[in-house]
Design a binder for this molecule. Structure first.
Ligand SMILES: [Zn+2]
Length: 288
């Protein structure tokens, strides 16, 4: 969708939102069970459990990025892979990552946080260690919060949306959970070690690569006179064409009020607020 079309559609959306009431319940942690000490990627047993449709979306999105044809959720809600040699297309780095997440030492617990303003696309919590006092078994748990509704709010070309879809964002969280790589960025480091790995996956899939970790946002005036805070991430793809290098640039935008501001993940810098000469407020939005 183009930006002007997006602003026109806002009228209908705001009428719809006015008719909705959001009820926030306090978070309830899952209780330990027979699978607490099993590593891998698991659907939560708590109130934020993914439904069948969401589990199917997770499988389809990971299948599209890895090429694995044997990904399933078992009866206990764990992601399984029947044969790592069975794949069609996809990224080798994504396959290596998903295998690590499934066979790793940590339990990554998937939680549905759709329509949450605290979760922008997805985020991962800090670790929680379970210790069985009689067997001395230990297992580190990290929860991956997913807002499935946010991905439909992205504005950009099909290619750039594929660079930041459910599959890619889940892989980003798996990089944190299974490889312990961080989003740490500073004035010399725009992308961070986690997204650098995700960019390798994008490159293998011939998708545009993310150019910076921190999403920039600014308040813009719509043709109807409203102001909207739009966030932006930039992507680029370099190809050899007729013997010369050609770089295509892509922009991915979303309305921060509809997606949410999110919470900053592991060790990122605090949001910057910069006043520009036009008196526009430029700031940052927290995304995976
Ligand atoms: Zn992250």
């Amino acid at each position: 969708m183009k930006m002007a079309g997006y602003f026109r559609s806002l009228i209908g959306i705001s009428l719809f939102l006015a008719a909705c009431t959001v009820i926030c319940a306090s978070e309830k942690k899952e209780a330990p069970d027979a699978y607490t000490y099993r590593p891998g990627v698991r659907n939560t047993t708590g109130k934020n459990q993914l439904n069948e449709k969401q589990l199917k979306l997770v499988i389809e999105s990971l299948q599209a990025k890895t090429g694995f044809t044997g990904l399933r959720f078992d009866e206990a809600g764990f992601l399984t892979l029947d044969d790592p040699q069975r794949f069609a297309g996809g990224s080798a780095s994504a396959r290596e990552l998903v295998e690590k997440a499934i066979q790793g030492k940590v339990q990554l617990v998937l939680e549905n946080h759709s329509y949450s303003t605290k979760v922008a696309f997805a985020s991962i919590t800090n670790n929680l260690v379970f210790i069985n006092m009689s067997s001395k078994a230990q297992m580190e748990h990290r929860s991956v919060h997913i807002d499935f509704t946010d991905f439909g709010k992205l504005i950009g070309s099909k290619e750039v949306r594929a660079s930041f879809d459910l599959g890619i964002v889940l892989l980003h969280e798996f990089v944190h959970g299974a490889m312990n790589l961080l989003d740490r960025v500073d004035e010399w480091e725009e992308i961070g070690e986690c997204e650098r790995f995700v960019n390798t996956i994008r490159k293998e899939l011939e998708l545009p690569e993310r150019q910076h970790y921190v999403a920039r946002s600014q308040t813009v005036q719509t043709p109807m006179g409203w102001t909207v805070r739009m966030a932006e991430l930039q992507f680029a793809r370099t190809n050899y064409k007729n013997g010369t290098l050609k770089t295509d640039e892509f922009k991915l935008n979303w309305d921060v009020s509809r997606v949410g501001t999110g919470i900053r993940e592991t060790l990122g810098p605090p949001p910057n607020v910069v006043a520009t000469k036009n008196n526009e407020r430029k700031s940052t939005a927290s995304v995976p």
